[in-house]
Design a protein around this ligand. Structure first.
Ligand code: CP
Ligand code: NVA
Length: 315
């Protein structure tokens, strides 16, 4: 039996395929319960700190609603509210929060800070996006793909655009862990770090799947089941808009690029989207676009993660 009690979720690289599938199964179950109006309050009397150094709609709202649905109290702490890393070390903030809260969600810049919070707080820490990774987004993405296709293994997922951003990194890890064939379509300047690709290639091999990098978007998307993109300029990269728009223009997800994918292919985007840049209005609004199912699934997966890490996943 899988038991994730007390674990942190800093990266999906720390989770086995079975553990990831367990979280997806739990997400499905919690989604069904909510649709049926069943609220089991599995997190009653729990307090969850939500640290946000960067802005957020989906992550913040999904954690707040997940907490309330399960009877927990969420406390939102933004950059101006606390002294994290300035005037107080991350270690000390972690030790204080760990004395008061049962879990911590962290959205910020540094993956190291996220790990430091986990090490020193003594409570589960959930990565709600760093410069390097966005693992809980990927849980919602995998949930959405499985809902549509009924399976994950054997499908081809292509991430098009900025191939070395947090979402691309996390998606590559998640895809490799569950056995999706994964392709990054981006200019070689924006290919992911070689060590990460090697690590993911090893995970993929264990699942008879593949990881590939391609600087030709049309060739990469050929035969895809899922075409995924994200913004060309991530939070913290302000000032790079012009450079990225020039570099990534050939990687826009538009009708022509979607026509290279399978007829049954779907379009995903973690959101927020900048229409007219990484994706056209036409594709974003098309029948193939599952972006709002994907956004909704952020709630069910955030809830599953909280319930599982706080030890109530089997109730
Ligand atoms: N996809 C995602 O994480 O959205 P937010 O930045 O709005 O949280
Ligand atoms: N890559 C984007 C994801 C937003 C959810 C960013 O970091 O801004």
């Amino acid at each position: 039996m899988i038991d994730l009690t007390g674990r942190s979720l800093l990266s999906l690289r720390d989770f086995t395929k079975e553990e990831i599938l367990y979280l997806l199964d739990l997400s499905d179950r919690l989604k069904k319960e909510k649709k049926e109006g069943i609220y089991k309050k599995r997190l009653e009397n729990k307090n969850v700190a939500l640290i946000f150094e960067k802005s957020s709609t989906r992550t913040r709202c999904s954690f707040v609603v997940a907490c309330f649905d399960e009877g927990a109290h969420p406390e939102y702490l933004n950059r101006g509210d606390i002294q994290l890393g300035h005037k107080e070390t991350v270690e000390d903030t972690a030790r204080v929060l760990g004395r008061m809260f049962d879990a911590i969600e962290f959205r910020g810049f540094s993956q190291k800070h996220c790990a430091t919070l986990a090490k020193h707080s003594g409570v589960p820490v959930i990565n709600g996006l760093t410069d390097e990774e966005h693992p809980i987004q990927v849980l919602a993405d995998l949930m959405t793909i499985r809902e549509r296709f009924g399976t994950l293994g054997g499908l081809k997922l292509v991430f098009v655009g900025d191939g070395r951003n947090n979402v691309a990194n996390a998606l590559m890890i998640g895809a490799a862990k569950v056995g999706l064939d994964f392709v990054i379509a981006s200019p070689s300047e924006r290919f992911p770090d070689r060590e990460l690709v090697e690590e993911c290639t090893n995970y993929a091999k264990e699942n008879n799947s593949t990881i590939r990098l391609d600087d030709d978007a049309g060739r990469a998307v050929a035969g895809a089941d899922v075409v995924y993109t994200d913004v060309w300029v991530s939070m913290g990269e302000e000032g790079k808009e012009h450079e990225r728009a020039t570099l990534l223009r050939p990687y826009q997800v538009n009708r022509e690029l979607m026509s290279c994918a399978k007829e049954t292919a779907v379009f995903l985007h973690c959101l927020p989207a900048v229409r007219g840049y990484e994706v056209t209005e036409e594709v974003f609004e098309s029948a193939a676009s599952l972006v709002f199912d994907e956004a909704e699934n952020r709630l069910h997966t955030a809830k599953a993660v909280l319930v599982a890490l706080l030890g109530k996943g089997n109730l």
